[in-house]
Design a protein around this ligand. Sequence first.
Ligand code: 4AD
Length: 408
Amino acid sequence: MTAQGWIDNIRDHKKILFIQLRQPGKCPEHLQLVFHGEVLKKFRPVLTNQACIKVFGVMIDSDKSPTAGVEMHVNDMILYGKGSDEFRSELNIESDAHTLMSKRHMLHWTSQVSSTVRECTLLKDRLERTISTMYHNYGFVKVSPPTIVDVETEGGASLFNVKYYDTDRYLTQSSQLYLESVLPGYGNVWCLESSYRAEKSSTPRHLAEFKHLEAELSFVTLAELITHVEKVVTTLLESMSINVPSFKQITYTDAIRQLNELDFKTPHGKAYTTGDDLNDSAELRLLAHYDCPVFVTHFPSELKAFYMKRSVEYAGLTDSFDLLLPGVGETVGGSMRMTDYDELMDAFTKNDIDPSPYKWYTDTRVYGSCPHGGYGIGLERLIKAALYMKDTPIAHVRDVCLFPLYYS
Ligand code: 4AD
């Protein structure tokens, strides 16, 4: 028999040496190797942490083996790539946050130091498969919008500038406008791309680059859109083995009233009034109060992006919503979109945005403008909320990223 992989752990009993071989993608994923006698003498110097090896030997059933009741007694070996026992002194369960971040690539290799990064990566892999199947079953078409763009969507303050040859471009803040631009051709569309925000926010839920799951639906009302989002989020949370409670729905105005009833103050120590943004701690207070996921709807237009449809019911408010999830706060943001060309042009002017680079977007209001709405889900935030709901909380959304980019 042969096996190949990486040395994850070594127990040295002098005359006999037990190795835990990591063979990702194989079953068992960890295999106990036993070295003794001549083969141990020959290879002992190179049997070090994270060495990559191929072993030849005899597979034996063993109750004592920690790896699936079998172990391999090795009689020969090839060293592919040497390791180093310094690995464990450089990186161990006592390593500080800076060390863990600077050696982050190594955390993907082994669960011996911390399993969080690996578990989150594997969870994300499974989640992305669920997402594809779910939208496919709904009849949505997946599209791949660009991420280096020449327009802003969510306000100039959080734009990252990039030089594209001799022109100025940006890293996309959201693919929404691209989804809207192709909607008339495909009905309902979705995408999963990176979005970027130059937000100087060093909080447990802010990243400069995050995975943005976005969808745009034609011919929906705000109520239908919210029902759809509840179904999507429930499906995704259930796929991560969470018992999902019923969602609560309140308006922004209710939220302000509720925060005052709870005597919860703004960061400046004042009572909340209409026009105040709901920051992380206000959202977490509302979640603690309702003890379930909460949709907050109808935000004032000055708090939201230019493209949001103005509410007919409530003057000065938008047909918008945020979904707050436990352990995170805002995880989904969505709205109905303005459909009237002149109203949209007016919104560009009010927000001091030059509409000329947006022709591919504004043309949808010239040719067959349709009632539509959509939403964006921050995937890292969704996973952080899921782990919180599973009683295995993580400290930061950066734990969910392969190589996180964030402001510190
Ligand atoms: O509420 P946001 O800004 O909405 C949009 O970008 C819309 N254009 C989406 C759409 O309607 N297609 O962002 C949506 C979600 C947030 O609720 C949050 O989960 C995530 O994106 N998000 C971030 N995640 C991590 N770090 C950041 N800096 C984030 N900014 C937004």
